[in-house]
Design a protein. Structure first.
Length: 137
């Protein structure tokens, strides 16, 4: 008898945190998901946890990926990885999280626009000065 792809809304059913993150396509492999959990990049209900922690419906998971921080609520469980459209049905991102990510993205874009790259590359004298400055630090 095979396990179902999605566990029904029975609260007694659960799946491992690393397996759920992998099935929800936050990480490419379970090994990477485990490293991120152990490294403190994933918070389960506001606390650090282990990769074997049982995820149940309604739990809140915070995931840090690069500059992004996502707050998601578990709305379905899965023990297998499927396509991206299925993975998006496993969770719901909170509205506050979406607003914060959009605001941070806009701030990053404006920061890049305020300090554009030079049109010309540095000449020999400027390269020496840059090298000396870097060696001091």
């Amino acid at each position: 008898m095979t396990k179902p792809n999605v566990i029904e809304t029975n609260n007694t059913q659960s799946t491992r945190l690393d397996k759920w993150l992998w099935a929800a396509r936050f990480y490419k492999t379970r090994a990477i998901a485990k490293q991120m959990i152990d490294g403190g990049k994933v918070f389960y209900n506001g606390q650090r946890s282990k990769s074997g922690k049982a995820v149940v419906l309604g739990d809140r998971i915070t995931i840090r990926q690069g500059f992004e921080e996502k707050h998601v609520i578990v709305i379905a469980l899965a023990d297998r990885r499927r396509d991206a459209s299925f993975a998006q049905t496993l969770y719901q991102e909170t509205p506050e999280s979406v607003k914060t990510r959009e605001k941070n993205n806009l701030a990053r874009q404006q920061g890049i626009l305020l300090s554009p790259a030079s049109d010309t590359k540095p000449d020999k004298k400027q390269r020496r000065q840059i090298r000396q400055l870097k060696e001091r630090i």
